[in-house]
Structure formats: structure tokens, C-alpha cells
Design a protein around this ligand. Structure first.
Ligand code: ADP
Length: 943
């Protein structure tokens, strides 16, 4: 080993239990470049025994050539000392046990040296381009070599920047990965020479996505050079210790992304609430060498976690005083790092917009309510559906909005005491008069009236049966809401937050307050854990004090907006809400481009809100060509659109034609039908259509009206927004499809599926799809495909299958965007892989095609659609009231940026944010995820 091979290691100690092992170890390290040290002036062959019960002792030393870096190794012979079990050669060594990691800049050279000396080694990710090499010393210790200057630094961040992957991350716009990036850049702590041991646990109520979080923590911790541990059964496991705290290896968490619940278990633990329980927990952690704990749970679990951290110094002191731990241990573990991840289906934690599990739970609720709807319509029944949420109405409100429910009861905005009965019965009777055959009422389990009286599902049923004479049934969804596979969003959120939790651990100091990993405005954030817990408890206190305004304020900013949207798009027009007669508009709604989930929900909400405000909603059927060729335009009524929120596709028809088919004729049609405002729902063609109309304003006065595009495309390639309607539905469809083919791949053993996904020239679906399905490689149009990439990915596959040695049945998945390369098509890639695999594994291709548009849209797409549509009508009203119809700003792209809804002039979006030829936005926020897909697949290089 050359002299510049050392960085960050200061001293470590090894113990041999026999003379033979001692000599072999001495020779082994001398071969690595260590030299015997003179010790206290003695420099003979065997330095004299100096301490404890060791019979022989040698000090070895190797010097680095920069900053005075050096490493010292103390080797002792202690008869009867236990010996380490050897690494299992069939699987990856890294992560099997603690290892000492050296900096070594020229790893290929090392590969040659080890091969020449017949020393067994394992290089990762492959032998051609190794990032890490591991050998086992004669004592069974794992010795690693890394070409990262600091073994704890992010792998090859420099290489990534050169390859363009990292540098493509946005600056300026918010991205969920920003904090991840910052944290990785900020790690300056020197490796202490001992691997950091990071434990993760799940606690409290289980939530879908917890496994994805554990997977991300384990893999990213291993990637960052740490040992990962799982504490099984929540705090119960921490208190019991022993086998309840186990090391997690890379392969242990394979396939966990798709699993619901928590595979490491959770339990309610009374003893952790007592100091004695926490004392045992502290002892167990220290015995396992763990000083960092990532807790994924609800507010109870996180309260416990914070208490544990504040107790920690006293607990350690007590353990030291009672000799339960040694002084050395006490000194090493004076500080405990705690990081919180919020796993809770209720979305009841303040400080974060969404919690892990909330959207999956919403999926379960909406699936159930959609199913109930068909039987309700058949029998003309009313259903009262009780959903979870003791102090939080998030699930109830979002479910009501997504399913088009007729009434909703939540704790934060309680129904007026003694009035709600009339309000509800009158509303439902009015809906029935319009021709509705079903009534759905969603009630949160903690629903109350303004005097804090509980409103139960049975109370509501009684009222509807007796006063409205409806055949009413109650359905309590209960634990169904906790179960099932995590949805796409939860997998993404849990993965990004798990990664950031590890970064938070590594950048933590004793002075840093315990962080909670949050998401605010589509950006992963760290918030003080204790403050978040306190704020959460404040909601319950505020409700108890009937301070409902404060309770609402403490919820995420979108919550109130969603509640208003439900109100604005549910009730029948009330003349008191109408705008002045001269401000009433005839609003045209047209769909352009391919169908995308949420198009109908947006139209429904626009129609309903128009009617509520006295406007006239007009459906333009079959896009601009239908309008121009067949004059297809008609008014829509409240009942016409009633069921549209749950339907996929496009009820009014859509195609790719734009108004430049015949601009003059289009202007004439606008004039003929006196259109005062136009909503275009669609993707990049819709964006182009709006731009054309805006440019044509100079010539045609009938286009001098407020116009807007509500982005809706599975490709998520409309500039001016972070999310288009339909992209969440698409990701969920791709995810389900990939889960299925991955299952098939694992059943057949050693199979790779190359799956072709849509997205045009935008790699969004491939990238996020890759992250949430655990793809081993993704190919996007932004990065293209090169032979080097293919070679590296095939090497990685070979290595993965070789390490599994046929025992692990997990299949491998590659996601290729349809436009990633003209030459390397999906079939070509499949063939190359099969050829190169030399029968060691096989490749198949799979193309989900139009399945990706999804069936029914996801709750997220439905809710977003309604919110955007209602805001668009308000935007039109504002333009009209201020006479802005001819201004540039009145032709806008309605976007979701962070938690806000934004209106950006189309001309501005076009010139500042668009790659016109590539039909995609500049600086897309999700680009940096490509790197993370590689990391979590076990590739530490940038393809
Ligand atoms: P959730 O985390 O889903 O809110 P719980 O409130 O049941 O679920 O909390 C889970 C576990 O966290 C409890 O069983 C207990 O072990 C621990 N815990 C909760 N609150 C505290 C507390 N105040 N002090 C110590 N431990 C607590």
C-alpha cells in the first residue's frame, strides 16, 4: 500500500487468539504497507506486552503523505479471545460486519496487486470500475479501500458533476432533493476510523411506506460507509435488546419498497414510557455500538424519541456509575443522535405537509368509496363512511374532494351546533332533486360540532333515515385504511426522507437539535423535532379550547384550500354567491392532447364552481378540431358532471389538434359563442395551443379574454408547474405494472425485465418510476444511452446475480423511456443483455403502453385537479374585474409550485422555462433523482 493511502483513520486495535493467527495477521498488514513501530523507545521484534492480559503486542504504522495523516494498528495476542466468523463469500461482504476503510486513490492497481498475490477480495460495484474493495484479514476483520478521499463522503460526487447528472439539478426552483444535495456537500467530518452505526426503527401505528423508509436508510447508510441496524418491534425491541437489534445488509431490504406495513415490526411499549425502560434501551444501544437512531413513527413515537435524547446523558452517567458499561463506552457514547421520520396515515403532524402513509391510506379510502358508489347508485342509497382521524380531518377532506362526497365532518372545522342537521338534510335533499341517486357522507372518527359534541356515523344515519327518508348504511373502514401496498408518492417520500435522515445523522453534532425530516412545498426539509411535536399537540389543545381558527392554521397550507375547494364544487348554486351580472362569464373548457387522469375532475370542478358563481360553463367537445369542424359545444349542468371526478380518460373528448388548424375560424367561433374565458386542460399541445391563441390576440379581439392551461399529461413535461395532472396516476400504474413483472422475474429466477415507459422527451416517469420500483438502471432522453452506460449496467447486473448465488429470487428491472435513444431500443437493450449474460441470466422486454394512462385517476390527481380548476375560475374573475383580458398576464399557465398554485404568463414560461424543441421544461426539479436511483440500486458510479 502506498504512502498516500491513508486518510481519516487514526488508530485501531486487533486481537488474535492464537500465535499462528497473530503471525499471519502481522504478515498480512505488513504486505499492505504497515511497518512495525518503535514503542516507548523499544523497537525489538515483539514489543513487550504492556497491558491487560495480552501475551504479545505489536504496534504497526503507515503514514499518509498529506496533512500528516497516518494510521496506527495495535495487534495483540490474547489466548482464549473469541474469534470473528468469516464473511459469507456468496453474498456482498460490505455491510456483513464492521470494517476498517482506507482511502486508496488507485483501486484498479490494488485489484491487480490482490489478484497477483492471490488475496481474495471483493470489488464494488464491479472489478473494472471499482469504488470500494474489501479483503478479509486472517482474523476475519473486513478491511475496505475506497477511492473517496473521505470514506463517509457521498460517492463520487465529483464524477457525477462531470457526467452532468448532478449539475442538472435545478437552481432556484424548489426540489425535494435540495436538502439531500446540501447535506452531502456539507459533510466535512473526518472519518473517526470506526464505522458509524445507524439504527432505524418503526414505532406506533404502522403506515404504508415505512418499509421504503427502512430500505432507504439501510442502503444509503451502507453507501455512506456506515453500518445499518434495525431495531425490531419498535421501542419494545429497544428495551429488550439482544436479538431485537440486528444488522441490516444491503440485500436484506431487497423488495421492501413494495411492501405494506412494517417488516421490522412495531409495538406499543409501556416500559419505554418509564425511565427504567429507557435505561435498558440505552444500555442495549451502547452494547450494540449504536449512537444514532432514526425513528419512523407518529407523534407519540417521536415524543418518546425526543425524551430519550434529552435523558441520554443522565442515562449514560447512571450506566457508568453502576458499572453497567465501561468508562471507555461511556466516553464514546455521551451523545445520542436522534432523527425523526413521520410515519402516520392520519397526516396529523404539524411542520410537515404530508406524512409517510397518508396518501396510501387515502388510496384505500377512495377505492372503498368508489366501490360503495356503484351499489349506492344501484339502490339509490345513502352511505355514511367513517374514516380515521381523531384530531385531524385531512383524510376526510381529501377523500370527500376526491370522491365527490356530499357532506364531510372534520374536527378542525366543526359543524355548527344544532344547525348542521338542517344544513346537511337540506343539501342532500337538494342534490336528490337534481337527480342524484346516491349520497355519500364522509365523517372523520374525531368529528365534532362547535360545542365539541361528538358526531357519530350512527347519528348521521338516523337523521338521514328519519328526515330525508333515505335508505342509509354506515361503513366504518377501520384497519383497511392502514393496509395495502404503498402508493407511488409514499414510496418516493419515504425514500427521499430516509436518505435525508442518514445525511442528517452524519452532519449532526452534539449541539444540533434533533431534526424531524419534513416535506414543505415539495422540498425535503429538516425541522426541530420537539417543536413539531409541540405544535402537533397544540392542534388538539386548540380544538379543546374551541379555537378552531388556530387548529386550521396549524395544518399544512393546502388543507384549508382543499376544504374550500370541496365546498365550492359541491353545493348547488346559491345566488348569494353569484358575481354581479356584468361580471358573469361564459367559460369554455377544452381538452387537448392525450388523456390524463384528472382531466374530468378538473372539468367537473370548473363547471361546479362556475355555476356557483353565476357563470355559464361550456364544454367544447373533441378538442379544437371538434369545435372548428363540427361546432361541438354545449352547456354542462351540475348533475351532468356529478360522477366525473372518479372517471379516467376524457368525458368531453380530446385530441392533439391546436387552434392553428384555422385561427380565423377559431376566432369567429369564440365570437359566435360569446366565450369570455377559456380553460385548456392538457399537456404540451395544450401549452402550445395557449401560446398560439395569445400570439393571435393582436389580430383577433375575441381572444382578448382570460385564458389558462391546466397542465394534464402523464409525461409531466409542461413548463410552469412542478406537477401535471395525470402524472401521479401514471406513476401508480407504472408502479403496479413493474411490481407485477418484477414478481414474474423473481419467480423465473435470474431475469431482467427491460420496461419501456412513456414520457416523450421527458424522463420524469422513467426517473421517478425507477426510484419507486427499485430499478437497477434507468434510461432517460435527458441523459441518453451510451455504450459505456450499457456496459456498466450489464456489469452491475452480472455482479448482482453472481452475488446472489441463486439463493435470492429477486428479479431486476430496467426502465427505459420511449425516446431515450433511437439506436438502443428496448428490444436492442434486451438482446444485448441476453447476449452478454452468457446464460447466467436472461432478459425480457415489457411495454405497458396505454396502461400508463391509468384507469380511475388517483386521489392526488383528483384533488389537485379540483383545486386548480377552482383557482382558475377565480383567476378569470380577477382578470375580468380588473379588465385585464388583453394583457399578457391573462393567458397563464396554472402551476403547482411548492404548496402554492401559481399563474405564470404563458409568454414568460415559454421564453424562460421551456426547451421548445425538446418539448419539456428547463431545469426539471426531479433530475437529481437519477443519481439516487443508481445509489439505491447499489451502483456507486454514474452511468
Ligand atoms: P404513534 O407514534 O403512532 O403516535 P403511540 O402514541 O402509541 O403511536 O406511541 C408509540 C410508542 O411510543 C408508545 O408505545 C411508547 O412506547 C412511545 N411513547 C409514546 N409517547 C411517549 C412518551 N410521552 N414518553 C415516552 N415514550 C412514549
Amino acid at each position: 500500500m502506498s504512502g498516500d493511502a491513508v486518510h481519516g483513520i487514526s488508530c485501531y486495535s486487533l486481537v488474535a487468539n492464537s500465535e499462528t493467527a497473530y503471525d499471519e495477521t502481522l504478515t498480512f498488514y505488513q504486505k499492505l504497507g504497515f511497518q512495525k513501530m518503535a514503542f516507548f523507545g523499544i523497537s525489538d521484534t515483539h514489543n513487550v506486552r504492556v497491558c491487560n492480559n495480552s501475551v504479545r503486542e505489536d504496534w504497526l504504522h503507515v503514514r499518509g503523505d498529506s496533512d500528516g495523516e497516518s494510521a496506527t494498528l495495535k495487534l495483540r495476542y490474547v489466548p482464549g479471545e473469541f474469534s470473528l466468523s468469516p464473511v459469507s463469500e456468496e453474498t456482498e461482504w460490505r455491510g456483513q460486519k464492521s470494517s476498517i476503510v482506507f482511502y486508496y486513490p488507485n483501486l484498479p492497481e490494488l485489484v491487480k496487486k490482490f489478484s497477483a498475490a492471490s488475496i481474495k477480495f471483493q470489488s464494488l460495484p464491479n472489478e473494472k470500475k471499482p469504488d470500494e474493495i474489501y479483503v478479509e484479514d486472517p482474523l476475519g476483520n473486513l478491511v475496505g479501500f475506497s477511492d473517496r478521499y473521505n470514506p463517509f463522503a457521498h460517492a463520487n460526487m465529483k464524477k457525477s458533476v462531470e457526467s452532468g447528472v448532478q449539475s442538472n439539478m435545478t437552481s432556484g426552483t424548489s426540489t425535494p432533493l435540495d436538502s439531500v444535495k446540501k447535506a452531502t456537500e456539507n459533510v466535512t467530518t473526518k472519518a473517526p476510523g470506526v464505522k458509524k452505526k445507524v439504527a432505524v426503527m418503526t414505532s406506533g401505528g404502522d403506515a404504508p411506506g415505512m418499509n421504503a423508509a427502512v430500505r432507504a436508510v439501510a442502503r444509503y447508510a451502507i453507501h455512506r460507509g456506515c453500518d445499518a441496524f434495525a431495531v425490531y418491534e419498535g421501542y419494545e425491541g429497544l428495551v429488550q435488546g439482544g436479538d431485537m437489534i440486528r444488522q441490516l445488509q444491503w440485500a436484506d431490504v431487497r423488495g421492501w419498497l413494495a411492501e405494506g406495513g412494517t417488516l421490522i415490526g412495531t409495538a406499543r411499549c409501556m416500559s419505554f414510557r418509564e425511565r427504567a425502560g429507557r435505561l435498558r434501551a440505552a444500555k442495549n444501544l451502547i452494547s450494540a455500538g449504536i449512537d444514532s437512531l432514526i425513528v419512523c413513527g407518529g407523534d407519540g413515537s417521536l415524543t418518546g424519541a425526543d425524551l430519550f435524547r434529552s435523558d441520554w446523558p443522565d442515562l449514560v452517567q447512571e450506566l457508568e456509575d453502576t458499572k453497567a458499561i465501561t468508562v471507555e463506552q461511556a466516553n464514546l457514547y455521551r451523545h445520542l443522535t436522534i432523527v425523526g421520520l413521520v410515519g402516520s396515515i392520519d397526516n396529523d403532524m404539524s411542520s410537515t405537509d404530508v406524512t409517510i402513509g397518508a396518501f396510501s391510506s387515502l388510496h384505500r379510502i377512495c377505492e372503498a368509496v368508489d366501490s360503495i358508489s356503484s351499489t349506492a347508485i344501484s339502490h339509490s342509497r345513502a352511505f355514511v363512511v367513517e374514516v380515521m382521524g381523531r384530531h385531524c380531518g385531512w383524510l376526510a377532506v381529501l377523500a370527500a374532494l376526491a370522491t365527490g362526497a356530499d357532506f364531510v365532518f372534520v374536527p378542525e372545522r366543526p359543524a355548527q351546533v344544532d344547525k348542521w342537521q338542517d344544513e346537511m338534510c337540506n343539501a342532500l335533499s337538494a342534490f336528490r332533486k337534481q337527480g342524484k341517486r346516491k349520497s355519500i357522507i364522509i365523517v372523520a372518527e374525531g368529528a365534532i360540532d362547535s360545542e365539541l359534541n361528538h358526531i357519530s356515523a350512527e347519528d348521521i344515519k338516523k337523521l338521514l333515515s328519519e328526515r330525508v327518508h333515505l335508505d342509509t348504511r354506515v361503513t366504518t373502514l377501520g384497519h383497511v385504511q392502514r393496509g395495502g401496498i404503498p402508493c407511488a408518492y409514499d414510496r418516493m417520500l419515504a425514500t427521499l426522507q430516509g436518505v435525508d435522515a442518514v445525511d442528517a445523522v452524519l452532519s449532526s453534532t452534539p449541539e444540533t437539535p434533533s431534526p424531524l425530516i419534513a416535506i414543505n412545498g415539495n422540498k425535503i426539509n429538516r425541522k426541530p423535532l420537539m417543536e413539531a411535536v409541540k405544535l402537533t399537540h397544540k392542534v388538539a389543545d386548540a380544538i379543546e379550547k374551541k379555537d378552531f381558527a388556530t387548529a386550521m392554521d396549524l395544518r399544512d397550507p393546502e388543507f384549508a384550500d382543499y376544504l374550500h375547494t370541496w365546498e365550492g364544487t359541491t353545493f348547488i348554486q346559491d345566488v348569494n354567491n353569484f358575481v354581479a351580472p356584468e361580471e358573469r362569464m361564459r367559460v369554455g373548457i377544452v381538452h387537448v392532447g392525450a388523456p390524463a387522469g384528472g382531466m374530468n375532475s378538473a372539468t367537473r370542478a370548473a363547471v361546479r364552481y362556475c355555476l356557483n358563481r353565476g357563470h355559464t360553463p361550456l364544454a367544447i367537445d373533441n378538442g379544437f378540431s371538434g369545435f372548428l369542424r363540427h361546432d361541438s359545444i354545449h352547456e354542462l349542468s351540475w348533475i351532468d358532471v356529478d360522477e366525473w371526478c372518479i372517471r379516467g380518460g376524457s368525458e368531453i373528448g380530446t385530441n392533439r389538434d391546436t387552434p392553428d388548424l384555422d385561427m380565423g375560424h377559431c376566432a369567429y367561433k369564440f365570437q359566435q359563442h360569446q366565450i369570455d374565458g377559456l380553460i385548456i386542460v392538457g399537456g404540451f399541445e395544450a401549452f402550445t395551443a395557449l401560446s398560439q391563441l395569445e400570439h393571435a390576440r393582436v389580430n383577433y379581439p375575441s381572444f382578448r379574454i382570460p385564458m389558462a392551461i391546466i397542465p394534464a399529461t402523464i409525461s409531466n413535461n409542461v413548463p410552469g408547474t412542478e406537477f401535471s395532472l395525470g402524472c401521479d396516476t401514471c406513476l401508480n400504474s407504472v408502479m403496479e405494472y413493474c411490481d407485477t413483472i418484477k414478481q414474474s422475474a423473481s419467480a423465473s429466477r435470474r431475469r431482467v425485465f427491460v420496461c419501456e415507459v412513456q414520457g416523450g422527451k421527458s424522463g420524469y416517469v422513467a426517473t421517478v418510476g425507477g426510484l419507486i420500483t427499485g430499478a437497477s438502471a434507468i434510461y432517460t432522453p435527458e441523459d441518453g444511452i451510451t455504450l459505456d452506460m450499457l456496459r456498466a449496467d450489464i456489469d452491475h447486473l452480472k455482479q448482482t446475480f453472481a452475488m446472489e448465488a441463486g439463493r435470492n429470487r429477486a428479479g431486476q428491472l430496467i426502465l427505459r423511456n420511449e425516446c431515450a435513444s433511437k439506436v438502443y431500443t428496448t428490444d436492442v437493450i434486451g438482446d444485448i443483455i441476453s447476449e452478454e449474460a452468457h446464460h447466467r441470466f436472461s432478459a425480457r422486454t415489457a411495454i405497458p403502453g396505454h396502461v400508463q394512462q391509468g384507469g380511475n385517476p388517483t386521489p392526488m390527481d383528483r384533488a389537485r385537479a379540483a383545486r386548480l380548476a377552482m383557482r382558475t375560475i377565480r383567476f378569470f374573475e380577477n382578470c375580468r374585474a380588473n379588465n385585464l383580458g388583453a394583457e399578457t398576464g391573462s393567458a397563464a399557465v396554472i402551476g403547482i409550485r411548492g404548496t402554492g398554485v401559481t399563474f405564470t404568463p404563458v409568454a414568460e414560461v415559454e421564453s424562460n422555462e421551456t426547451e421548445i424543441e425538446q418539448r419539456r421544461p428547463k431545469n426539471a426539479w426531479w433530475r437529481g433523482m437519477h443519481e439516487l436511483v443508481n445509489i439505491l440500486a447499489g451502483k456507486t458510479f454514474s452511468a
